[in-house]
Design a protein around this ligand. Structure first.
Ligand code: R5P
Length: 320
């Protein structure tokens, strides 16, 4: 089967970097909007029998980007693509993966149903907010992780001076995975959400005094979790606070909040594009195109994707 890569409009620079890594051209597709606001897609090259990957994080504007992804998959399916893989580096709606009170939807499952119904044969994601979301799909899902890549830059630091912090109990496994590559101490925060998009730190479990605290999270949305956590860690005597997070959702005024906070460094990946003006002194973006490209190569060739994460060193390329 011929390998073909297409991109929606959500993160074309990432798709271009992935194609560069793979040495294949980006597929030619028209993606636009009709005058009535509906999404218009036309695949402009033949895909019959091809092994097609569609790159589209479902980041903001999430509903629009989901619709673009679904319509692209539909067009490829009707054009007789041999296999269609939805590459969703950031899976939106992931925080709505369970009911927390009555009469709420499980939107992460609904989106999974839509992707499968549109005609996807498999999915590639990066650090799903909840790994159980893989089970929402009755097709194969490769949930890649950028955590070892993020941890790479700290491997030269003395672990005795570092404490890796999970900003909530749900993130302890992720912080442990990060720390496995560093060998520092671990701490975690008991966080409460009195209302949606508001984070309150209740307690910090673990010793942070005199240490460089590294907060590890899957995403920065409003920035509230990070900024609250950083403030509390400083009050408890942390020498410095940095944050490493995979998905830069950066909703609302998150970038300003971070700029004004006592965080000294925030490292994210390019699963979601970060405009150059937001890549300021504090925010560094690591390009993980090579990771996604390598996963695509392995899926295409039918070799192991999990073996990719057994490497002892990972490429770490800040975006200029
Ligand atoms: C929560 O479970 C997540 O792992 C993140 O901590 C959260 O989504 C960050 O959101 P915000 O930046 O809005 O506090």
């Amino acid at each position: 089967m011929e390998l073909k890569i297409f991109s929606g409009t959500a993160n074309r620079p990432l798709a271009e970097d992935i194609c560069r890594e793979l040495g294949v051209p980006l597929g030619n597709a028209l993606i636009g909007t009709f005058k009535n606001g509906e999404t218009r897609v036309k695949i402009e090259e033949h895909v019959r029998g091809a092994d097609v990957f569609v790159i589209q994080p479902t980041s903001s504007p999430g509903d629009h980007n989901i619709m673009e992804l679904l319509i692209m998959i539909d067009a490829l399916m009707r054009a007789s693509a041999g296999r269609i893989t939805a590459v969703v580096p950031y899976y939106g709606y992931a925080k709505q993966e369970k009911k927390t009170s009555g009469r709420e939807p499980i939107s992460a499952k609904l989106v999974a149903n839509l992707i499968v119904t549109a005609g996807a044969n498999r999915v590639v994601a990066v650090d799903l907010h909840a790994p159980a979301i893989q089970g929402f799909f009755d097709i194969p899902v490769d949930n890649l992780t950028a955590i070892p890549i993020l941890a790479e830059s700290l491997r030269t630091y003395d672990p005795h001076h570092i404490v890796v912090v999970s900003p909530d109990s749900g993130g302890v496994a992720r912080a442990t995975q990060f720390n496995d590559r560093i060998g520092a101490g671990l701490a975690f925060i008991a966080k409460q959400r009195p209302e949606p998009d508001v984070a309150t730190v209740l307690n910090v479990v673990g010793n942070v005094r005199g240490k460089t605290a590294i907060i590890v999270d899957d995403m920065i949305s409003t920035g509230g979790t990070l900024v609250e956590a950083a403030g509390r860690l400083c009050e408890l005597g942390a020498k410095e606070v940095m944050a490493y997070a995979v998905h830069p959702v950066l909703a609302g005024n998150a970038t300003e909040l971070i700029a004004q906070s006592n965080l000294t460094r925030v490292v994210v990946t390019n699963t979601i594009p970060v405009p150059p003006e937001d890549r300021n002194g504090k925010i560094t973006v690591i390009n993980i195109a090579w990771l996604i490209a390598e996963a695509i190569r392995r899926i295409h060739e039918g070799t192991s994707v999990s073996a990719l994460f057994q490497a002892t060193h990972f490429r770490q390329e800040p975006l200029i």
